[in-house]
Design a protein around this ligand. Structure first.
Ligand SMILES: [Zn+2]
Ligand SMILES: [Zn+2]
Length: 347
């Protein structure tokens, strides 16, 4: 096998990435697997690293190969690794869990207190090859296309949000229809929600939500969301809301759409602290209020694999543009312009 490979490196503290062709191919330890990268999606986190903002400065020490939303096929398996063979298709859980802390030993590995982030703290997937601890690799059905398999990580928060909503048999409102919201619509249907209402401000997004199985859609630009939801629920409100935008006004509005005793799940991350009237909005209404961090390991992945195999969940709803890895700057530009869909890089 080759000894060097090409890829995108965060070489030093400060802005920018470097495209290199002389990166050593990773050498695995006994607990790791090596995989040949098929494709890797660009994430906001990669852009934090590229820009070298305060998030990046706090969390990482260059040099590191960037990229974490990745998939590929296994080419080498460490001596102690069980359950993986050469040729298996794998995707990576970015949140490398320690397996020892309170969270890891209580089925809450997504909250591990000693997390090592693939592609941030260790070399990642913007390269021809990547290695990862087998405990952070997910083997998936090869019928799932590459571009979809690298969505396990970024879209997984939406699926985890639906899991946290305990939606089976319930009436569910999905607030926000970016790629994660779209995924949440389909996940809610696949996980047995009785009725799904989806809301966004663009008719084109509402059409897609319907194609994904939303029973009702509300255009919050032209309609009053709370009024419409009340009409659809005999004046009661929904059982569960999954809020995906993280926008404060949307959070308050979505809270009004849940009936007393119902559940609010926050998936979208507000960019600044949000103020609540705790008594009126939550306590006196006995609202169960929760959020999600990453994906359940591996419950969310198994559920998401079911969603991906549903013929109604189509790549075209979540994918933006495709780029060669060396053209990463064009992909970053597209992400910064807020053009819809995930951008995918090929080594
Ligand atoms: Zn990401
Ligand atoms: Zn841990």
């Amino acid at each position: 096998m080759e000894k060097t490979m090409h890829g995108i490196v965060k070489e030093q503290a400060g802005p920018g990435f470097t495209y290199r062709e002389d990166i050593p191919v990773p050498v695995i330890s006994d607990d790791e697997i090596l995989f040949k990268v098929h494709c890797t999606a660009l994430c906001g986190t990669d852009v934090h690293m590229y820009e070298w903002n305060s998030w990046a400065e706090k969390r990482m020490t260059p040099p590191v190969v960037a990229g974490h939303e990745t998939c590929g096929h296994v080419v080498e398996v460490g001596k102690n690794v069980k359950g993986f063979e050469v040729g298996d298709m794998v995707s990576v859980e970015t949140h490398g869990a320690c397996g020892k802390c309170y969270y890891c030993t209580h089925d809450l590995a997504e909250l591990c207190s000693n997390q090592i982030m693939f592609g941030v703290n260790t070399n990642g997937g913007f390269a021809e090859y990547a290695k990862v601890k087998a405990s952070s690799a997910y083997k998936y059905d090869p019928s799932i296309p590459d571009e979809m398999a690298c969505m396990f990580e970024p879209m997984g928060a939406g699926v985890h949000g639906v899991e946290a909503g305990h939606v089976e048999g319930k009436t569910v409102l999905i607030g926000g229809l970016g790629a994660i919201g779209m995924t949440a619509v389909k996940a809610a249907k696949v996980l047995g929600a009785k009725t799904v209402i989806a809301t966004a401000r663009a008719d084109s997004k509402l059409e897609t939500a319907k194609a994904l199985g939303a029973d009702f859609v509300v255009n919050r630009k032209t309609q009053n969301l709370v009024e419409e939801v009340m009409k659809l629920t005999d004046g009661v409100g929904v059982d569960v809301v999954i809020e995906v935008t993280g926008v404060e006004s949307s959070i308050h509005e979505c809270l009004k759409c849940v009936h007393g005793g119902g559940r609010f799940v926050g998936v979208g991350l507000p960019t600044k602290p949000v103020t609540f009237d705790l008594t009126e909005e939550i306590l006196y209404r006995e609202i169960e209020f929760t959020g999600v961090s990453g994906r359940r390991i591996w419950g969310t992945w198994d559920n998401f694999a079911k969603v991906m195999r549903d013929p109604g969940y189509k790549l075209e709803y979540i994918i933006g543009e495709k780029f060669a890895m060396k053209d990463y700057e064009k992909a970053i530009e597209r992400l910064r312009s807020n053009a819809p869909g995930k951008n995918i890089l090929y080594p």
